[in-house]
Design a protein around this ligand. Structure first.
Ligand SMILES: Cc1cc2nc3c(=O)[nH]c(=O)nc-3n(C[C@H](O)[C@H](O)[C@H](O)COP(=O)(O)O)c2cc1C
Ligand code: SF4
Length: 455
């Protein structure tokens, strides 16, 4: 039994020995040249294979416009040289915000998003030249059961879910079919705005148990948006088709998709019906093919639920509980899910998730995975908060610097749970440590020492 433990590998050989002892295969390659290669999707070019994952800072203003820390974050990302910048979760309607400071795209805020995008692109082009202009994706979201547009949570759910509902069951509202139908058009309007602003793509956020992700597992819902596979994917597919049919809309459509919820059937998606700890990809693969057939050429694979089982999608050393599995198993599972989906949709650029916990060896794993055809792009989440110029270092030096890496301490997530703006408390301490200290004052730590029963 290999237990959850703090990262302790001092060399890649050390890591390889642990992997061998645990019977895990991760594609590791010392040669990171492949990460410098461009990738063509649709008519556009991604200048290298490194992706900044969508990483919300919860730092917009009351109208949902990017504010000072938002601009700072994207300037740092642009300076970092990644080939693709996936802009964070941006609500399409006020009531679908996950926190009062989440960004929101509307006619009123569009010009501020345009300024943010233009600044990001001009910083990148000034530093690296126009052939390294990053491809940009804007993630559109409705937070569903995690909606909290003001001080108090206002959950809007697709289904009741006994595994996720404690305190929220009393206040939740089940979204009606007509409301879902109308909401499809809000996503389309936001996509049109994103196209006018100049983003290369919009992502219809279908992960981490926000609304679209929950709809994918709405087995127990009656009516046109629940029950059968066709009904559960209807909302997402309708939005894709509506965007693609807009004559004035040139934008690419991407999807960040949970392929594995690790929540028991019939409430979890991508899980074995008898044992939710086993992955069952038949439906996620079916959806990936449907999306491909509708022109979606970029899918970012994620897993788990940050509020319920965060170790599944963002392996950590410190988090709200101690998981029952070693982090290397969590990383392996995420990467193999990406591999199995990439295999059946080779025309789609699959972005893999799962590199930050590996510290500097994330570079070798990203390169090895691309070399071996597991995925075409490697996405970095917490690492991009901690080490926004990780791509530059890989390009210039072929490797990452351990001293600059994310240490998977969970504090950026903790900041969000404390209703703060967020960023890296460790490597960007000048800005975020004082905020963390202030919010933590007099409060118990959210880092748990108990082994969780539910996961
Ligand atoms: C503070 C924080 C904010 C995040 N914001 C988003 C987001 O806006 N959209 C999204 O799809 N995922 C978001 N994520 C998840 C990350 O994109 C990523 O999937 C996760 O951190 C695992 O990747 P990593 O191991 O490279 O960190 C967030 C994660 C953290 C810790
Ligand atoms: S606070 Fe920084 S070091 Fe800690 S998990 Fe977040 S990004 Fe990583």
């Amino acid at each position: 039994m290999h237990l959850h433990r703090k990262f302790k590998f001092s060399s890649i050989d050390d890591l390889q020995t642990a992997l061998d002892n645990m019977g895990i295969y991760l594609p590791l390659s010392d040669d990171t040249e492949v990460l410098k290669q461009p990738l063509q999707i649709s008519s556009k070019r991604i200048p290298n294979r490194m992706v900044i994952h969508p990483m919300e800072g919860a730092d917009g203003d009351e109208q949902g416009r990017p504010a000072e820390l938002t601009r700072r974050r994207y300037t740092r990302f642009a300076e970092g040289g990644a080939g693709l910048i996936w802009f964070e979760a941006t609500a399409v309607v006020e009531e679908g915000k996950a926190n009062p400071r989440q960004l929101q795209l509307s006619k009123d805020t569009a010009k501020d998003f345009k300024a943010l995008l233009q600044n990001t692109l001009s910083v990148a082009v000034k530093k690296y030249g126009s052939d390294r202009r990053p491809y940009t994706v804007l993630q559109l979201t409705h937070s569903g059961r995690y909606s909290k547009p003001s001080e108090k949570p206002q959950p809007i759910v697709a289904i009741s879910n006994p595994h996720l509902e404690g305190k929220i069951s009393a206040q939740k509202r089940i979204i009606a079919d007509q409301e879902l139908e109308a909401l499809e058009d809000r996503f389309v309007e936001a996509a049109l705005l994103a196209s006018e602003i100049g983003f290369d793509a919009v992502d219809l956020k279908s992960c981490h148990r926000y609304l679209i992700s929950e709809l994918l597992s709405a087995y127990t819902r009656k009516g046109p948006y629940g029950g059968s596979f066709e009904n559960r994917t209807r909302f997402l597919i309708n939005i894709v088709e509506k965007i693609q049919s807009q004559p004035a809309c040139e934008i690419d459509v991407a999807v960040r998709m949970n392929a594995y919820d690790s929540i028991p059937h019939p409430y979890g998606w991508g899980v074995n019906a008898q044992n939710c700890h086993q992955v069952e990809l038949s439906e996620p693969i079916r959806l990936a093919k449907l999306l491909r057939d509708r022109g979606v050429n970029l899918i970012n694979i994620s897993a788990g639920n940050p509020y319920y089982n965060p170790h599944v999608g963002r392996p950590y050393d410190f988090g709200p509980y101690v998981p029952k599995e070693n982090q290397l198993y969590s990383v392996e599972r995420m990467l193999k899910i990406a591999r199995d989906i990439q295999e059946v949709v080779p025309e789609v650029a699959i972005v893999a998730t799962g590199f930050s916990w590996l510290r500097e060896f994330g570079a070798a794993c990203a390169a090895g995975g691309i070399r071996e055809g597991w995925f075409q792009l490697a996405g970095f989440g917490r690492q991009s908060f901690a080490y926004p110029d990780f791509a530059k270092d890989i390009i210039d030096n072929g490797k990452l610097d351990r001293k600059k890496c994310c240490i998977a301490c969970g504090k950026c997530t903790e900041l969000m749970r404390l209703d703060g703006v967020t960023g890296c408390v460790v490597q960007d301490a000048g800005v975020y440590r004082p905020i963390y200290k202030k919010l933590r004052e007099g409060k118990p730590s959210l880092v748990g020492k108990e082994v969780a029963d539910h996961v």
